[in-house]
Design a protein around this ligand. Structure first.
Ligand code: ZN
Length: 245
């Protein structure tokens, strides 16, 4: 099965449209979305509608969850919280209902799973930032492949016998997976990359051949920034798009 795996769109319609246009040519068998359709960007309803239209599987992210559950907002920084409150006021009933129905995890095929934050207790919204943290999370993965998002940092981890997982790939590039090994894979963020590369990030993977590619795509960042400022969202949320952080 050939998958396109997307995560963390965060209301950035310009980035999402660029990636979906690109995927028309790639023509994957399935598009999978790992959560955080909204929060930060100026187009929450439009992004939810597009994801609903194209994604065969779409998960709940922590920002989606906080928009639906006001009590969950206390852990967010002021910029994120302001964007979540703004998104709450914008969201139409259809988008709200779709987000409310998103699952926390999914099995895409036998041995291949997906989660927004971490395989262990997805509602804790833990961040997998380091090889040691990744190695611990393998305990809670049943199959050979697990996709996660949440950090906005593209990375491929391989399970080892030691205390730390091995980092096989970051940023962009391709490699071949081996079914006898186990992997935790983050496609990076479509709508708010944070690895100092402002281009949208996403993943293409063929679970039959093992071929994997993290791909980066330029999109009209200035337009996404302008929309954020026009909406009255914190200017920092526009600025960070240009530096990819
Ligand atoms: Zn996110």
């Amino acid at each position: 099965m050939r998958y396109a795996v997307l995560s963390d769109v965060h209301g950035n319609l310009h980035a999402l449209e660029a990636v979906l246009d690109h995927l028309q040519e790639v023509a994957p068998d399935r598009i999978v979305f790992l959560g955080d359709a909204v929060g930060y960007g100026a187009f929450p309803n439009e992004c939810v509608a597009k994801i609903q239209a194209v994604a065969e599987v779409a998960l709940m992210g922590n920002h989606d969850y906080a928009v639906l559950n006001p009590a969950e907002r206390t852990v967010f920084n002021p910029y994120a919280r302001e964007a979540i409150e703004w998104t709450d006021r914008q969201l139409n009933p259809e988008a709200r209902q779709y987000l409310a129905q998103r699952p926390l995890t999914a099995t895409l095929e036998p041995g291949v799973c997906a989660v927004h934050a971490s395989p262990h207790n997805p509602l804790e919204w833990l961040y997998i930032f380091t090889p040691a943290q990744a190695q611990v999370q393998f305990r809670y993965v049943e199959g050979w492949l697990c996709f996660f998002g949440h950090t906005h940092l593209p990375v491929v981890y391989r399970e080892t016998q030691g205390p730390e997982a091995e980092v096989l790939l970051t940023g962009e590039g391709s490699l071949t997976l081996n079914r006898k090994e186990r992997y935790l894979i983050n496609p990076g963020s479509v709508g708010q990359p944070r690895d100092r590369d402002p281009r949208a990030s996403f993943l293409l993977v063929d679970t039959d051949t093992g071929h994997l590619e993290i791909r980066r795509l330029a999109y009209p960042i200035a337009q996404a920034q302008e929309a954020i400022l026009r909406a009255g969202l914190p200017p920092f949320l526009a600025e960070r798009l240009a530096i990819g952080y």
